[in-house]
Design a protein around this ligand. Sequence first.
Ligand code: NIG
Length: 394
Amino acid sequence: MSELLTGIGELLTNDPERPKIADAAVVVEGETIAWVGEASQAPAADRRTFLQGRAMLPGWVDSHTHLVFAGDRSAEFGARMAGESYAAGGIGVTTGATRAASDATLTALVGDRVHEAVKGGTTYLETKTGYGLTVEEEARAARIAAASVDEVSFLGAHLVPRGDDGEPVDAEEYVDLVCGPMLEAVRPYVSWADVFCEEGAFTPEQSRRVLEACRDAGLGLRVHGNQLGESGGVALAVELGAASVDHVNFVSDVDVDALAGADTVATVLPACDLSTRAPLAPARRLLDAGATVAIASNCNPGTSYTSSMNFCVGTAVLQMGLTIVEAVRAATWGGARALRREVARDGAPAVGSITVGARADLHVLDAPAAIHLAYRPGMPLTWGVWRAGQQVVA
Ligand code: NIG
């Protein structure tokens, strides 16, 4: 079964040869894209959908979320808006609420969040564990995540949890647990390891131990780094060949140069920066230096309770100095690169671009051009979404 989508006002492809096509058409054959070009030259197909001049982009690839949680931290957010600063300790509050939730509740919560993300144009989604922080609870989070999203990251090293006496357990002993029994328990469900390398969470030495153990177990690496200060996370991520280092709010010239010369993607999280009143990550500076930049939502209850990639992309244009083409590319191809899915791998087609052979993940806006995402911020511009060739939002 093939479908010709025609009448596309502006098509953004992420194809370096032809990044933007006006008056375009796309043919979808099964799960993948079979043809891309000008509408006047489009081949026939079994079915024809006329998009009346609307813009089409690749579906968002959201490469950083924390969807497996229960509970609410709006009071903490309110205090922050009244002048408090963000500290990692709030993770413990969500850990308590998450442990108390049944499997059925947690599964339903994750399902609702995935549904919300898809309604907003997201077609490929990573999520993390990290609110369980015991062997059993991390394994449960990984299992629930694996049933609901495309890629799962093990974030046992999110926070040193508190013991029965209410005090944080010994950090080195906790790292031993993460590197040993916890890693073994989550291993069947995850393909990535992540670590929160920051003051108040894990030191660079502890983070290294976790990342090396996970790498030896066959996992790809990602790092939460340089969110609250110059934590050493960027340097560690680059040294260990991590696929991505995320947050990057506080980076030195040395960090920027290291990212520019590395395969490690710098993932910026605009909604999180606003919600924590952090200095915005220097996406413009990173791009100008030659680094690969991704944009992700970081949907989580503490620092960024939104999965709206439309909002993140609009913010990157309005406040981070990116052009709309750069921002869309970062939130699609960039996210795919951060997950090493920008090319076909393990028998699965590439995601994050509208090119022949890529997965047919398409996002149609109720607007003639992608710039409307920043021009009309906050408006419900997602009109239609196709995931692997199937229309999932109409
Ligand atoms: O990416 N920074 C660490 N982890 C999350 C926040 C988690 C929380 O506060 O619940 C983040 O921002």
